[in-house]
Design a protein. Structure first.
Length: 310
């Protein structure tokens, strides 16, 4: 209201405007005195101004996708102790809000109805007691000015960490295979027990080259048995975040190179900085570090729900 009065006071005067608006002239003049002399502001106003700067910093540093709950958790991780309701109030005042998931996206994996395929070793139980116990894979598409590009991901279920990814202009088996190769190169040397790779029935994941590579690496294949999206729900949840936090917010996309660079940035941020609720509001890399240092009170994870990756 103060800004509105500033914009119209030369035309109508302060008092006539205040007669219409629910604000007393003295309140307006007091606010203007504080603008000229910030030291005269109350302690609450000064703290709110400082908190607004910190809230905007956290929101900006995290792809502008955090809502009040995530911003509140991050502030407390930085030992900036503030009530959640205060963060909600200040974000409303600043017009800041988090990313909101939209509609479901088109399925990109072409289902294979071949009778001979691996067993379903997961049965929708997306839990792991250690890193490199269960990986899940899936892929999605992104529309660009030069046509569709496709993005494949491999996720370690234990900490929801993205361990392999690839962007391609072609929906072919090499796309999924390249993402798998990255995951094997970076992670399999750390494995200290059996590793299961789970996917849907897409032909990319049931191709001879893909299954042979899993066998060479000593990874047990697993394929969803019921034929719907819940067969690979955790991978689809990560892809849902990717589409919400990157593709929808930063588009339209010009080319494959633009999508690839944005995916690189997002994957690094997701693994090292994004707070995940099922991990106790810590990033995947930090959760794994706590496991290796023996700092986790338990390693039993909650069952996957609709909001389990928020």
């Amino acid at each position: 209201m103060v800004a509105f009065i500033d914009d119209h006071r030369d035309t109508y005067g302060v008092e006539p405007i205040c007669e219409v608006l629910p604000i007393a002239p003295s309140t307006y003049y007091a606010a203007k005195r504080v603008e000229r002399e910030p030291a005269r502001a109350s302690a609450r106003i000064r703290r709110d101004a400082w908190l607004k700067d910190e809230i905007r910093r956290v929101w900006t540093e995290n792809f502008q996708v955090y809502g009040a709950r995530k911003v509140w958790h991050q502030l407390n991780r930085e030992e900036i102790h503030v009530a959640r309701c205060t963060v909600e109030r200040l974000m409303r005042e600043m017009g800041l809000q988090g990313a909101v998931r939209g509609r479901r996206f088109k399925v990109t994996t072409v289902r294979s109805e071949a009778g001979d395929r691996p067993l379903d070793l997961v049965d929708r139980n997306f839990r792991a007691r250690r890193p490199n116990e269960l990986w899940v894979s899936d892929l999605t598409y992104v529309a660009t000015w030069r046509g569709f590009v496709y993005v494949a991901f491999v996720i370690d279920v234990f900490a929801r960490r993205i361990v392999g990814w690839r962007v391609s202009s072609s929906l072919r088996s090499d796309l999924a295979l390249d993402a798998l190769e990255q995951a094997i190169c970076e992670r399999q040397t750390e494995a200290d027990g059996p590793l299961v790779h789970h996917s849907d029935r897409g032909v990319q994941y049931l191709s001879i080259r893909y299954t042979e590579r899993l066998a060479e690496a000593g990874i047990e294949p697993s394929v969803g048995s019921r034929g719907d999206s819940y067969d690979n729900a955790l991978a689809e949840s990560v892809i849902g975040l990717f589409k919400t936090e990157v593709i929808r917010r930063q588009g339209p996309w010009r080319s494959l190179e633009d999508v690839e660079f944005a995916t690189l940035e997002w994957v690094w941020w997701f693994n090292n900085h994004r707070l995940l609720e099922p991990l106790g509001h810590v990033p995947p890399a930090e959760y794994e570090e706590h496991f290796h240092r023996g700092l986790l009170a338990h390693t039993e994870q909650p069952a996957l729900t609709q909001n389990s990756l928020q």
